[in-house]
Design a binder for this molecule. Sequence first.
Ligand code: EPZ
Length: 424
Amino acid sequence: MDYLEIEGGKRLSGTLKISGAKNAALPVIAAAILSDQPILINNLPNVVDIRTLLKLLEILGAEVEHEADQARINPGPINSTRAVYEIVAQMRASILVLGPLLARFGECEVSLPGGCAIGQRPIDMHLKALETMGAQIEIKGGYVHAIAPERGLRGSKIVFDKVSVGATENTLMAAALAQGTTEIINAAREPEIVQLCEMLQIGGVTIEGIGTGRLRVEGTGGTPLNFSEDITIIPDRIEAGTYLCAGAITYSQITLEAINVEHLQSTIDKLEDMGCGFDYPSPNSVTIYPARGELREVNIVTAEYPGFPTDMQAQLMAVATLASGESLIEERLFENRFMHVSELNRLGADIWLKGNTAAVRPVEKLFGADVMATDLRASSALVLAGLAAEGTTRVRRIYHLDRGYEDLQGKLASLGAAITRRSE
Ligand code: EPZ
C-alpha cells in the first residue's frame, strides 16, 4: 500500500492549475444516462471516483471512451439497470444513478450504499422524493428496487426537511424525464447543483430558480434528453480551498489558476480572518499571501452553500492548530466527521472534542509522525499538517486521497514541498 512521506517546514511558492470538481463531475456523468445520444464531458479530474462511476456506466452497457480529462459517453446501448454492490460499495455517490435509471428505463435496482467513515449518511430523502413522484420502492437483498408508474414518473411537489446535495441531484434527474412539473422546495444551492441544472437545460429541460432553494423543473414526459453541447466541469472549490490552506499553514505565497473565486468565498473569508492576504491577478485566479505575524484563531460552523463547507472543515482545522489563540469548529452536517482530530493530535496538535464542536488550542509547533488517513478530506488535512510539522510525517491509507485529489503529491511538489509517494 502506498503512503506519502513529507519533510515539513518548507516554504511553498509558485502557481497551480486547479482541476475540475469531482462532486460536479459525478452527477454530470450520471445524468448522461438520461440521454440516448453520445455526450462529451471536458475538464474531468483524474481521480479514482470518476473512473469508478464511468466503470459503472460501462457495466450498465454504455460505451465510454476516457482519456486525460475528457470522457465521451454513449448511453444509447445501456441494457442493464442494475447498479451492482461491487461498485456501489467502492463509492457511495453511485447512488446518483438511481434517479436517471428509473426515469429513463422505468425500473432499476441499485445496491444500498453502506456505512461511511464520516456519518450514517442515509438515503431516505432520495427514496421519499421518488416515491412522491409515483415510484414503488422496496429494499430487498441489500438493493433498492424501484419501479415507475406505467406512464412514467409524475411531476410533483417535493419538500425536503433538510438540504441534501445528493437528494436534490437525484430528484432533479428524475424530474427531467417526468410527466409535468416538479417543484423542489429546500433544494441544495451548491455550485455542483447549478452545473447539473445547466446541463439538464442543455439537454432540453426547462428549469427555473437555478441557484435558489426552490427549483421548478418541466419534465420531458419520457423523451430522452439530447445534449446539444459538450459539458465542461466547473473548477473544484474544495481542491482549491485545500491548496489555499497549504499556503496559509506554511506561510507561503501561492497562486491558483482556473478557479471560480465566488465559489471559494467562505474559505477565503475564514483565511482572511486568520490574517492571510488575498489578491486576484485575473477573474479566474487567486494569490494567497502569508499572514503577517502569527495566524489568528478562527470560529467556524459548517453549513450548506454559501456557508462554510463541511468538505473544508478538516483542512481549516489543520491550519487552526498553529493559530495564536483557541479556535472553535462546529460540524453541523455529518455526525462523525472528526476522525482527523486524534491523528492531528498525534502530530502535536491540542484539539478537544465536545459533541459536534472541536476546540483547537494553540500549540507552537507540530512534529512529524506516522498518521492514518480515514476519509478524503481528513487525509488532506493530515498532509497539510505534515507540510508544517517539524521532521518527517508519513500519511498512510492514501487511497482515500486518490479518490478525490488529482495528483496531490505532484501538485504540492511543484510548489516546492518535500513530499514523496512510497510503497510499504
Ligand atoms: C455531498 O454528499 C458530497 N458528495 C459530500 O462530499 C459533501 O460533504 C456533502 O454533499 C455535503 O456538502 C458528493 O457530492 C458526491 P448530503 P451527499 O446529502 O450528497 C443528510 C467529499 O469529501 N441526509 O448533502 O451525500 C446527511 O446524512 C464528500 O467530497 C439525510 O439525512 O451529502 C447529511 O447529514 C464527502 N437523508 C446531510 O443530509 C438523505 O436521504 C447532508 O448530506 C440524504 C442526506
